[in-house]
Design a protein around this ligand. Sequence first.
Ligand SMILES: C[S@@+](CC[C@H](N)C(=O)[O-])C[C@H]1O[C@@H](n2cnc3c(N)ncnc32)[C@H](O)[C@@H]1O
Length: 273
Amino acid sequence: MTTTDAYVLGRTDAEYERLRVQARIWQDATATLFDRAGLSAGARCLDVGCGPGETMRLMAERTGPGGTVTGMDVDATLGTAAVRMLHDAGHRQCRFVAGDAIRDEPPPGGYDLVFARLLLMHVTDPVTVLRRMWEWTAPGGHLVVQDYDLRTVGVYPDLPLVDEWRRVFLGTFTTAGREIRMGHRLPALFAEAGIGEPDGIEVAGRMEPLARAGGMLTATYRSVAPAAISLGVATEAQRDAWLTDMERAVVEQGGHTAMWPLMIGAYRAKARR
Ligand SMILES: C[S@@+](CC[C@H](N)C(=O)[O-])C[C@H]1O[C@@H](n2cnc3c(N)ncnc32)[C@H](O)[C@@H]1O
């Protein structure tokens, strides 16, 4: 296995926009978890791997001006843009710190909610990241995480083109030492990190015609392609052919039913001292 700490997806404007679209798609699933954990006004929230800041917005709406929302991400360009967008929308209680969840610390003080969505599937040592997030959770606070199980991605009826997406996308993650079943693994990961059993688990799914899902399949393929090529999972010629074929499939087989990855969430409250 060729493990690498380098981020497997892209850091382009197109990828940032894809993250915003994806964040809006899973917003209700995340809101459900915040309801279960009882995120309330005045809470101090930390979003680890905050990306474009869409979940920080959700937190800010719930905590109100009396709370704080801290985003942490290795990508300072994306995080800085997120906080600018949040401040422009009136959420002045939001701030961003550039940092790597594996080795850096967020601002001290303890957090009532420590959250990460689609972060653990991007790190080579998710146990350490989860253990650190639990340490950052204040007594009486909640740890909440969501991650994908990517194995459900497919279309009905089958299309070789989508099989090829699976080969390249899942193959790149696996070759880079990432867990493609991270959502499914969450309870085991909680145990490995010494946190104990989750208080609750929520599983969210999504199906839609290929005509609508094709944009996300194409965007994720484009985003992973540079890593796929450098790891030897795909060639430039295969990439170009796939993108051309996909453009046609969205029109000619747009009625096929596409299944998204499952979004699996787990949460646990930390005992009060
Ligand atoms: C797929 S995006 C998810 C963004 C956001 N959580 C969401 O769900 O909309 C993964 C994010 O994790 C960040 N990231 C990856 N590895 C990280 C690490 N070791 N520490 C902090 N952030 C990391 C990436 O820069 C990226 O913004």
